[in-house]
Design a protein around this ligand. Structure first.
Ligand code: PGA
Length: 231
């Protein structure tokens, strides 16, 4: 069918993604746009609560999020791991310690995401589960601003591991008990909504690209394990 030929797929694709996905999704859009130059894309990046609002108002074709709303009639597919880790400056005194008790977090100045953030909700629920109270020194509405604050020595925080994709060397991931908080990214759309050909094409592309990413990183870590064990 002519309309299915890659170069001829045309139309608009409206995406909305949670803030941590911005480290990954735009990188994948480059190759997608090259494959399908006729597709025009808009990408909204915002927090969990605002993504839910957008979904309720039917503003986008597809949503990328970590916590799938249970009270809505939606289709969702998990496509990539999104672990939350404890992030500190590279030279933090706890950086070389193993198996740090979670209670120890209460002694560090803590930087927290804003209310409405899914990261914040996941962090708070783990801390509550272990009756740990952190000293929130600063509340910031952006992962990138939190990273700058960590680098500036203002405190530690808990963020998606993907936030370190480009500058991991400036930071350390602390080995704290009960971490990482295991989460996934899901690609979501309301069940009643028929996906356009363009949206369906992107959906399949994303699931496939995530799979390749996982295979690639698995090979890399396998190779580095082999290198470490001197084989
Ligand atoms: P957030 O979303 O930007 O709302 O923190 C991230 C997540 O839910 O994993």
């Amino acid at each position: 069918k002519v309309a299915d030929l890659k170069g001829l797929k045309q139309g608009q694709l409206r995406l909305a993604a949670i803030t941590t996905a911005k480290y990954f999704i735009p990188r994948l859009l480059g190759p997608f746009c090259q494959l399908y130059p006729g597709i025009e894309i808009s990408l909204q990046v915002t927090n969990h609560e605002r993504i839910l609002d957008r979904m309720l108002n039917n503003l986008d074709d597809l949503y990328i999020m970590s916590q799938v709303p249970e009270h809505l009639d939606i289709n969702s597919q998990a496509f990539l791991d999104n672990s939350l880790v404890v992030i500190a400056p590279a030279d933090h005194p706890l950086a070389n310690q193993a198996n740090i008790p979670i209670e120890r977090l209460s002694q560090e100045p803590f930087i927290m995401r804003e209310p409405g953030s899914g990261t914040r909700r996941a962090v708070q629920s783990l801390l509550d589960e272990h009756a740990v109270k952190v000293k929130v020194k600063l509340e910031l509405g952006s992962n990138e601003a939190i990273k700058q604050a960590i680098a500036g020595g203002l405190g530690i925080s808990i963020l998606s591991r993907h936030t370190l994709i480009t500058d991991a060397s400036e930071f350390s991931i602390l080995d704290v008990q009960h971490f990482p908080i295991k989460r996934m990214w899901y690609i979501v759309h309301p069940s009643g909504k028929q996906l356009s050909i363009v949206a369906r094409t992107y959906y399949e592309y994303l699931v496939d690209a995530a799979q390749k990413f996982v295979e690639k990183t698995a090979t890399v870590s396998l190779k580095s394990n082999i290198a470490e064990s001197g084989q």
